[in-house]
Write a protein that binds this ligand. Structure first.
Ligand code: NAD
Ligand code: DAU
Length: 340
């Protein structure tokens, strides 16, 4: 199969490309990425070096309709997985516009080009954040939980989900939507909780925890999310929507304290800062449907996944410094400057 992966130079896309090429010897992948601040082509340098015809990279923007049509045709693409997005909630609060451009307009442009090209396998990668927020006693999100996004990021992702749904209902285009909880693992950009806390703790700097630190996320090791997307691609029902979760609900306080202990750093590095506006209290995923229809089951428990993740960051400190751009430093200074 000839698969187009968009956003493959980001965190999950990188893991997904390695995961799929290792598992399917007959698969070849074209990685299409705009290379925003979050995209790092060097993540996949070993595959480029191999030059075995199974991996290629194209720099392009999913909002560019002409380029999408041309690339799908030129590479004889048979299936598409769309990871490309602006993905950081905090950035969507400081500057929502790029989220609408890529996550809504870009998602529609790519979807439309794939439909026009007659591509019959299409996975749109979405998020649990489209469902909004749970209180402690609420049952976990199911696929029929009403959409109630609270941040510009989650609203842009929910908008794209509705567009994908409409293409199935109106045109019969057999796209599949996946919604996953919080990923962690190698190659995650150090603006997200776990790699950021690793980086700051390693530098003996304060670790900024928003609000009271009691917000809950359901953590999933990234290769388990990759497994879910793989199953959705190969076995997903046309028009299907599938939740994936990691069975690991943790408060942010818990996660940060666990990281401090694992690194042998003192608890007093932990600092409470002013809350993220619109901060969702709790996410939890019911993935019964994915288990029943796709055979999905996460393989990692949080303790094992976190230990592997921290070991990866310990041995890839140069990776963190290599991706720290001026844009990254500016955003971090502005955002955390406002939270003191
Ligand atoms: P990321 O920010 O690490 O990577 C995004 C990638 O998309 C980057 O390589 C970037 O260069 C590329 N990109 C951005 N705009 C583009 C455009 N217009 N055209 C082409 N490429 C573009 O994100 P991630 O954490 O790997 O998330 C990937 C996808 O998974 C996103 O759609 C996100 O909403 C979804 N998701 C993420 C999580 C999570 O915990 N990280 C959980 C559930 C779903
Ligand atoms: O749930 C899936 C989503 O998970 C994905 O769709 C998003 O792309 C991804 O970024 C992630 O969103 P979150 O906002 O949940 O992830 P983040 O790592 O930014 O924050 C996790 C929790 O930690 C959240 O409750 C906010 C808190 N936090 C985060 C940062 C960066 C802090 O307390 N301090 C921080 O400095």
């Amino acid at each position: 199969m000839k698969l187009l992966v968009t956003g493959g130079c980001g965190f999950i896309g990188t893991n997904f490309i390695y995961h799929m090429l290792a598992k399917y010897p007959d698969l070849s992948i074209v990685n299409l990425d705009k290379l925003t601040y979050a995209g790092n082509r060097a993540n996949l340098a070993p595959l480029e070096k191999k030059n075995d015809g199974r991996y290629s990279f194209v720099r392009a923007d999913i909002t560019d309709a002409e380029a999408m049509a041309r690339i799908l045709k030129q590479h004889a693409i048979e299936a598409v997985v769309n990871f490309a997005a602006e993905s950081h909630v905090d950035r969507s609060i400081s500057d929502p516009a790029p989220f609408i451009t890529t996550n809504v307009n870009g998602a529609q442009v790519l979807l439309h080009a794939a439909m026009e090209a007659g591509i019959q396998r299409y996975v749109h990668v979405s998020t649990d954040e489209v469902y909004g927020s749970l209180s402690q006693d609420d049952p976990a999100f199911r696929e029929d939980t009403p959409l109630a996004p609270n941040s510009p990021y989650s609203a842009s992702k929910a908008s794209a989900d509705l567009i994908v749904r409409s293409y199935y209902k109106t045109f019969g285009y057999p796209a599949v939507i996946t919604r996953c909880s919080n990923n962690y693992g190698p190659w995650q950009f150090p603006e997200k909780l776990i790699p950021l806390m690793f980086k700051l703790a390693s530098e003996d700097k304060p670790l900024p925890v928003y609000g009271d630190g009691l917000n809950v996320r359901d953590w999933i090791f990234v290769t388990d999310h990759c497994l879910g997307v793989e199953l959705a691609l190969l076995k997903g029902r046309p028009g299907g929507i599938y939740n994936f979760g990691g069975n690991a609900e943790k408060t942010n306080l818990d996660v940060v304290q666990t990281i401090l202990r694992a690194l042998g750093k003192p608890d007093d590095l932990l600092t409470f800062v002013s809350d993220r506006p619109g901060h969702d209290k709790r996410y939890a995923m019911d993935y019964t449907l994915a288990a029943d229809e796709l055979g999905f089951a996460p393989q990692y428990d949080f303790e094992t996944g976190l230990a592997e993740t921290l070991a990866w960051y310990q041995s890839h400190r140069d990776w963190i410094s290599s991706i720290e751009s001026g844009d990254y430093r500016q955003f971090m200074n502005d955002w955390y400057g406002e939270r003191k």
